[in-house]
Design a protein around this ligand. Structure first.
Ligand code: SF4
Length: 350
């Protein structure tokens, strides 16, 4: 079996109480039976504190209670988890212990990413000199899981490697790379729809006049229409969309030029972001055949986050984290966006 993860994976260390955000907020953490049995044996008074802060979510699953600000009731004023602080890391439930590591398994292949919804994972990705993967192979070949088409998975493997190569090391400007990604994926989607799982060379035509402020504003308004985790997110998106729409072409060009001069790594940062998203989401097309929508999601994320950063230079990690929490980690929002972006136009979502 092959295992893959980004090469900066082992550099990750949770910031604990020094985290500028926290993962102990907004999300319902579903507790499995092992965790509940463990917590029933916790030392007092922690046991009583845990028992008093369990709640059922809308599906009836047992979760930690969130307070009125969306904070986990087990979070202490010093920004630490009471279970970890008072009893030990070994007693964290599986979800909390794994975060921000997300693993996808396909039977013959296991891949783990560090989600940029965590500010420290976002910083590692921003600072990475390039997006590279570590791979191990135990030499034991197995078939993919039932329900995973081996031909489609092989096609996704081949084409994703080519696209990661294009995005990571290709000589083209980032916007041209993303456009090539889209145009290739259009052709790949046609093949998938026809049941033809032969790969494709990664090549495409140059991009005319991109990005345009009106397209970026449309995209921000589209994102603002998704179901928000925190209400300030759609407000921010709509405000930036209005600001972009109000810019004259010369002012838009000057804004971009100022940002790009002040942040010479902006293109590498966006390439890393695109690679991370391709790595995390490309193969999920084995579940629903929607490859083009996922490529369009990658392009949309890069376009939206670039334009948000124009107004908040130096806050890229915080913006990536917010986007990931609001869109990447919300299955309904992500599905809705992929579905919407799957409706193809010559320039895709850009
Ligand atoms: S978001 Fe990341 S750095 Fe912050 S507390 Fe959670 S795991 Fe640690």
């Amino acid at each position: 079996m092959i295992e893959r993860r980004p090469d900066y994976y082992t550099d990750f260390h949770c910031l604990g109480g020094a985290c500028p955000d926290t993962c102990c907020r907004d999300w319902s953490v579903v507790l499995d039976e092992d965790a509940l049995a463990d917590y029933a044996a916790a030392p007092a008074p922690l046991r009583e504190r845990i028992a008093g802060n369990l709640a059922a979510d809308e599906d009836g699953d047992v979760c930690f209670r969130l307070d009125e600000e969306g904070m986990c009731a087990l979070l202490t004023p010093d920004g630490l988890c009471a279970i970890q602080r008072d009893w030990g890391e070994a007693h964290l439930c599986a979800h909390c212990a794994a975060y921000p590591r997300f693993t996808e398994e396909y039977g013959c292949l296991t891949e783990t990413a560090l989600a940029v919804s965590c500010p420290e994972a976002a910083r590692l990705l921003l600072d990475a000199p390039r997006f590279a993967l570590m791979e191990t192979d135990d030499g034991v070949d197995g078939p993919p899981f039932d329900g995973v088409d081996p031909g489609l998975l092989a096609m996704l493997e081949q084409t994703r490697a080519a696209c990661l190569g294009l995005l990571d090391l290709g000589p083209n400007p980032i916007w041209e790379k993303l456009h090539i990604l889209l145009s290739c994926t259009q052709a790949l989607q046609d093949r998938i729809d026809a049941g033809n799982y032969n790969g494709l060379d990664v090549c495409g035509r140059p991009l005319p006049d991109f990005p345009l402020p009106s397209r970026a504003a449309d995209l921000l308004n589209l994102l603002a229409g998704l179901d928000p985790l925190r209400p300030d997110w759609p407000e921010l998106l709509k405000k930036r969309a209005r600001q972009l729409s109000a810019l004259a072409p010369a002012d838009y060009a000057a804004l971009r030029s100022r940002y790009e001069r002040a942040n010479p790594r902006w293109e590498r940062q966006l390439a890393n972001l695109a690679c991370y998203l391709v790595f995390r989401h490309w193969h999920k097309a084995v579940n629903d055949d929607l490859l083009y929508g996922r490529a369009a999601f990658v392009c949309a994320a890069c376009c939206a986050l670039y334009h948000l950063a124009l107004f908040q230079p130096g806050e890229e990690a915080a913006l990536w984290t917010r986007f990931s929490r609001e869109v990447e980690h919300d299955a309904d929002n992500l599905d809705a966006l992929i579905w919407t972006l799957s409706r193809r136009s010559p320039a895709g979502p850009l």
